[in-house]
Design a protein around this ligand. Structure first.
Ligand code: GLY
Length: 305
C-alpha cells in the first residue's frame, strides 16, 4: 500500500494564491505517484515531489524563497530514509535550484548528516549543481516593504519577531515537504525552505535538523512547517515518530504531536505524517496549510488549504 502526502507550508494563504497553492501541491503529489505506482521507492518519490515545489515560486523553498534581512536567500533542506534512520541535510545554502537533491547527496555521498553555508555550496559545485538565482520579484518587493516597516520601528526588536510571526502567520507560509510510504513498506520524508522573512544571515531553522523539521523511521515519516524556533525545541517530527512507534496511526500521531507543541512552546506550525501501513495524517494551528495527498486505491488526488 503506497501513499504520499505533501505540504506547501503552514501560515495564511491569501485568497488570490489559493489556486496556485492547490495546483502546486497536486503537481508535487503527481510527481510522487509516477514513481510509487510502478513500485518505485518512497525516497525517490519525496525528492521528486519536493523538487516540483522548489521550482514553484508560490512556495517558500528553492525558487521563490523569502529573503534574509540582508536581502539574500539562504535555504535549508533535509531528506530522511526511514528503514535505517538515514538523514542528509543542508543549511544556509545559496544559489542552487534544488536544495533537496543536495541534501540527498549529503546522505548518500558523505559520512556526514548536515553541511552548512560555504561548505554546502562547495559540495554543491563538486556534485555538479549549476548556479541558479532563486530570488523572484514578488519576494524582493515583500522584503523591501517588511524591511521598511522593520527600520521604521514597526517590528520593534528581534525578540519580538516571534510575537510578530504569531500575529501575522502570513509571514510564515511556504516551507514545503513530502512524506511517503512505498509498496515495499519503506518510508521517507523531505523538507525544503527559504526559512523565515528577515532572518539574520546564518540563521538555521528546524527543516534540516533531524527530528525537528524532518524525520523518518521504520514506523513512519514526518515533515513540519511553521516557525522553526519552536519546532527545534520540541523536536516535533521526532515526537510524531515516537507516537507512531507507540502504536498510534498517522492521523492521531500528527494531532498528538501538534498538541504537544501547542502545550509547550505554542508556536505556529503544521505537520504531515505517513505511517508504514499507508495511512496519512496532518494537523496545523494556522489559518491554512496547503496540502495534497494520494493513497493507493483512491480515484483522485485530494488537496486543500
Ligand atoms: N520552518 C521553517 C523555518 O522556520 O525555517
Amino acid at each position: 500500500m503506497y501513499a504520499i502526502l505533501v505540504h506547501g507550508g503552514a501560515g495564511k494563504v491569501s485568497p488570490e494564491r489559493f489556486d496556485s497553492a492547490k495546483k502546486g501541491t497536486r503537481n508535487a503529489v503527481e510527481a510522487g505517484i509516477e514513481i510509487l505506482k510502478s513500485g518505485g521507492r518512497a525516497l525517490d518519490a519525496v525528492e521528486a515531489a519536493v523538487k516540483v515545489l522548489e521550482d514553484d515560486p508560490t512556495f517558500n523553498a528553492g525558487t521563490g524563497s523569502v529573503l534574509t534581512f540582508n536581502g539574500e536567500v539562504e535555504m535549508d533542506a533535509a531528506i530522511a530514509y526511514g528503514p535505517n534512520f538515514d538523514f542528509g541535510a543542508v543549511a544556509g545554502v545559496k544559489n542552487i535550484r534544488h536544495p533537496i537533491s543536495l541534501a540527498r547527496q549529503v546522505m548518500e555521498k558523505t559520512d556526514h548528516v548536515l553541511l552548512a553555508g560555504k561548505g554546502a555550496n562547495n559540495f554543491a559545485s563538486l556534485m555538479g549543481f549549476e548556479p541558479h538565482d532563486p530570488v523572484v520579484q514578488r519576494r524582493r518587493e515583500q522584503w523591501e516593504s517588511y524591511r521598511k516597516d522593520f527600520l521604521n520601528g514597526d517590528y520593534k526588536d528581534w525578540p519580538k519577531l516571534r510575537k510578530l510571526f504569531q500575529e501575522h502567520p502570513e509571514f510564515l507560509h511556504g516551507t514545503v515537504g513530502a512524506v511517503a510510504v512505498d509498496s515495499h513498506g519503506e518510508t521517507a520524508a523531505a523538507t525544503s525552505t527559504g526559512g523565515v522573512f528577515l532572518k539574520l544571515l546564518g540563521r538555521v531553522g528546524d527543516t534540516p535538523i533531524p527530528g525537528a523539521g524532518t524525520y523518518a523511521t521504520p514506523h513512519g515519516a514526518a515533515s513540519s512547517t511553521g516557525l522553526g524556533e519552536g519546532m527545534m525545541r520540541v523536536l516535533i517530527t521526532k515526537v510524531a515518530a515516537d507516537f507512531l512507534k507507540m502504536g498510534l496511526d498517522a492521523q492521531h500521531a500528527a494531532t498528538a504531536a501538534l498538541n504537544y507543541l501547542d502545550n509547550t512552546v505554542g508556536t505556529e506550525a503544521g505537520i504531515i505524517v505517513v505511517d508504514r501501513h499507508g495511512e496519512i495524517g496532518y494537523a496545523y494551528n494556522t489559518p491554512n496549510m496547503s496540502h495534497a495527498y494520494f493513497k493507493e486505491g483512491m480515484k483522485e488526488i485530494e488537496s486543500d488549504l
